[in-house]
Design a protein around this ligand. Sequence first.
Ligand code: UDP
Length: 232
Amino acid sequence: MEPIVEGKVKTVYQGVDPEQVLIHYHDKVTAGNGEKEDYPEGKGKINNEISCIIFKELEKAGIKTHFIQYAGPALMRCKKVDIIPIEVVVRNYADGSIVRQTTIPKYTKFNPPLIEFYLKDDDKNDPLLTEDRLHIMGYRQLHQYKQYAREVNVVVSGLFEKIGIALIDFKIEFGVTADGLVVVADEISPDGCRLLAEGDKSMDKDLFRKGEGDIITAYSSILKSLQEIVNI
Ligand code: UDP
């Protein structure tokens, strides 16, 4: 199979159906725009399964996504989309770049959640965008992206709350299907979320970014807890 996109931790292959793709999640983790990387065994399978559970819950809640079905270990069948090169970050509490770049104290609660847009461009280091800049760049559907992001946040933070984990912040990407529909795309997994368990324990990629723990242990425990609640 010929890859159509090779990302940092995933490869997208053309499906047999021209309107479908297969996404392969690799046993790989990167941080700092690819400056730091590792190859934890089993990570692709775990992230794929977590992402499948989350996309299924979004679909159940009536939110349109690119997800079609689980397609085997580390494989997800999805609708083929054109990815919109904007990363949408939802923040329920302050952490990460907003704490580094502002005077807002860590874990300040945002109610309503903050929704921010970043350019998806590694060469430019994914800069934060203003609404005026987005407007000039031709993005006229910001209110729609914001509304979708809020709806996704309600479902995903609710899901994590059920397993005793606070969703501090997370990143989503949107794509456009062949028939012009904007859907939630890419993956939603601990790689793109900040997740805090009891005792302020990180359960996400910050463990790898900061060298503070084993992501496989944390991600596996999240998967196990999610499987328990969705099977009820
Ligand atoms: N994030 C991501 N990909 C990126 C940038 C951010 O998945 O290229 C996620 C990140 O994991 C966190 C949230 O978006 O859950 C907010 O990230 P932040 O702006 O705080 O940047 P960071 O501190 O991670 O550099």
